[in-house]
Ligand binder design. Sequence first.
Ligand code: AHR
Length: 485
Amino acid sequence: MANTSLNILPDEPIGTINPNIYGHFIEHLGRCVDEGIWVGPDSQIPNEAGIRADVTEALAAIDFPLVRWPGGCFADAYDWRDGIGPAEQRPRRRNIWWGKEEDNQFGTDEFMWFCRMTGAEAYICGNVGSGSPREMMEWVEYCNYDGDTELTRQRAENGHPEPYNVIYWGVGNENYGCGGRMEPEQYACLYRLFECYLRPRGSDMKLIACGLDHDWNHRLLNTLGSADKLDLLSIHHYYSAGHSTDFTEQEYYELMVKALKLEDRVVRDTHLIRYFEGDGPGRVGLAIDEWGAWHPDATEPGLYQESTLRDALSATILFDVFNRHADSVHMTNIAQTMNVLHCLIQTAEEKMWTTPTYHAYDLYRPHMGGAAVRTALECEMLQLEQSGESLPLVSASASRKDNEIFITLTNLHLSDTAEVSISVGESELAAVAARKLAADAPNATNSAQEPGRVDLSAHDVASDDGTISCDLPPASCVAITAKLS
Ligand code: AHR
């Protein structure tokens, strides 16, 4: 596939790439928290205060910036008080959504410990569907208040005299569905009520309102009258095309088309938010706080599926979308970190291995905190037979930190190499290093037996006369660090 050209416009910044764009999500669902993260202090599996050491080490290694908890659907059925205090006194409860029982050994203090071990910022999703403003207000007090109250004394007794200062709080999850089956007007009134008690005199907290499609989002903001009471609007984006590992060529490409539908939603919802914000630079952002491939073989109750190179490439093309919209996408959280859906890590008792998507996160790390810059890409399009949709076969994004440019490129073509020529207008660009995510087949996975089948490797790129030439193998993602002069 010749004649792919990428022109980078280093002096046309889009916005800073918030590291939280590379954020994560864990829920009390299947083996995500239990076994994936929490094994308990008495486990034979090496742990620190009950949390798996192998998992936290692997997550810290990819600069795990932020993690959302406790759900998902679980959040609007959760009573946070069940998960604090002496372990043996915590109640055992039915998990109504995910067909299991919770012993509540992993609660707020354990979650905060997990955040500390991984280096992540905490994002707590509150209970609006079956909870009250008082419950959530008191959860905030337990986590964040630095005075002397019954709740802060309780926190100290539980080992944490200092406040945790949790910034991100979700006001419910999917309140149009498992979070209360509400109408947007009804949710808007509840959102206003919760907001009033969560930050009565203002604070640093960032509140995330539950969004859905354009109609819901419009009715929500219209009922609120403006966007001044929220900091982020949440939307979820799941996609599927065929079985997780046993898919056709057509399904491989369909998955990419469905993943990329998110870009239209980002553009439309950003316009909507800006309209309700009125004049000004635009403070409110989007939080795509659940997204990823959800294949039909991920059945309830555990939502476990294999995770392939195809899934990882669907993630890299969405990372490029998030970078290209860094001015409005402030956070995203792939669903879910461990053993559930589009996960980064899988475990089988004491064994642990990383998925191709884990390596995609590793590859994109240098984008975090950089200034996303505009790019102009010319590449071949593929016309899909069944749906008639067209798919750009190459995806790209670029960011800048001083004179260093970081470029990511994905070639979606299953059989053709993409020969890419990268330039920067009047300036000159020289490649410093490049790494690649590729495998012997698009349905390649890692496993306990073969943990390194899909991995990152060094990649050759050539610099000549201020231009970089790079061959992208079929179904691969390449990341290039380059210097501008
Ligand atoms: O991630 C699995 C589930 O998908 C979450 O609990 C819910 O929010 C969504 O529908």
